[in-house]
Design a protein around this ligand. Structure first.
Ligand code: HEC
Ligand code: HEC
Length: 321
């Protein structure tokens, strides 16, 4: 036999042998119910693009059942279901459903979902622009933007100008229950990110102090250096007659102050939130910050920080390619 044929035979034998190794069975017997109270088209799009990994049903193609591809697909499905299971839709309160829709669209727009390597092989999972628009338009109906009246606009403008000019009196602002003092100077820092929560009608701007900005420039952001401070502000969105959207009522500002030693017990960060125009400290007890840490936990491996400007830029480049 020629060497080339021998090699092919060996490869074939190995391949057949491999087929005896299979991932632990995943349950894909249960058909997931349609998403209730959601337009038909939205339901159909999420079903075809996301349910393979995010519901109790799975549509394995023949090529998904071949070792080693099946291991990869099974792990995607297992992790995907753990992260988000649309079969449980009906059990979620409406606000949670809205947040999931918002969060899902963000994952789609950032190119993270459906997992690109999966969508490359399963073309039905890919979303085209018109499908993305259908999802976005649906999300917009969840928090319809009402046109503000002139009293609302002038009150918000007054508030915003006071904020910009720093004319609000801050001497009376009390520290957070855990002792973190309020930092009025954040208005002069650099804005490093913004998020538009169209699901609940707020806009947020995240500011970083000089140390944070330097760390970003030098790509030393995991962990962030001691002295880093982030301020996240939230405003209600306000729509004018011409459809333009700006900052309405000031809702709150939150701080994260990095000091690995001093704040060792709270993951290396000092946490504080001040609410409303009179900057009332948030929290009933000294350990109110447990709530902050709990929600920032998914970012454990990024020093508990969600905002990652560098990552976003590289992600954008990937999509534009
Ligand atoms: C091939 C399987 C697969 C497909 C298809 C897929 N996902 Fe995912 N998804 C995953 C996995 C795996 C994770 C968990 C990844 C992680 O935590 O890093 C995940 C995580 C997510 C999360 C984050 C959940 C959380 O709380 O962390 C969202 C939101 C999400 N997917 C939305 C979608 C949407 C919307 C679609 C359809 C457009 C989709 N996914 C399609 C596998 C998939
Ligand atoms: C419901 C979940 C949740 C809770 C609770 C929460 N955060 Fe956050 N936080 C986020 C998310 C998500 C972001 C990313 C920015 C965005 O999407 O608005 C963020 C961002 C931030 C940022 C900007 C830096 C970063 O990580 O991106 C600060 C500062 C911050 N939060 C402070 C706090 C403080 C202080 C508390 C507690 C009083 C708190 N957060 C509680 C979800 C939460």
């Amino acid at each position: 036999m020629k060497n080339k044929n021998k090699l092919l035979l060996i490869l074939l034998a190995v391949f057949i042998g491999l087929q005896f190794f299979r991932p632990k069975g995943i349950d894909h017997g249960t058909k997931a119910p349609d998403l209730a109270n959601v337009p038909k088209q939205v339901n159909a799009i999420l079903r075809s693009s996301c349910f393979d990994c995010h519901s109790s049903e799975v549509n394995l193609r023949w090529y998904d059942k071949i070792t080693p591809a099946n291991f990869l697909v099974a792990s995607h499905i297992r992790d995907g279901r753990k992260a988000l299971d649309f079969s449980k839709w009906a059990s979620w309160p409406k606000a949670q459903q809205n947040t999931i829709i918002y969060y899902s669209i963000n994952k789609i727009l950032s190119g993270e979902m459906p997992i690109p390597s999966y969508a490359a092989v399963h073309s039905y999972a890919k979303l085209n622009q018109s499908e993305i628009n259908i999802l976005k338009n649906y999300a917009l109906t969840l928090s319809p933007r009402k046109i503000a009246d002139s009293a609302q606009i002038s009150s918000a403008e007054k508030q915003y100008n006071e904020w910009i000019n720093g004319t609000l009196k801050h001497s009376s602002v009390k520290p957070s229950p855990n002792g973190l003092p309020y930092i009025p100077d954040y208005r002069n820092w650099k804005a490093i990110s913004t998020t538009d929560r169209f699901d609940n009608g707020t806009m947020r701007i995240i500011f970083g102090n000089e140390i944070a900005v330097k760390a970003i420039q030098e790509k030393q952001t995991n962990p962030w250096p001691d002295g880093t401070v982030f301020a996240k502000t939230a405003w209600k969105q306000q729509m004018k007659k011409d459809g333009s959207i700006g900052a309405g009522e000031f809702l709150q500002v939150e701080f994260m102050v990095k000091d690995a030693k001093k704040y060792a017990e709270t993951k290396g960060w000092g946490w504080g939130r001040w609410k409303g125009n009179d900057l009332k400290p948030y929290g009933e007890s000294t350990d109110f910050d447990k709530e902050c840490i709990e929600c920032h936990k998914p970012m454990e491996n990024q020093d508990h920080v969600f905002t990652s400007p560098l990552y976003l830029i590289s992600q954008l480049k990937k999509i534009q390619k």
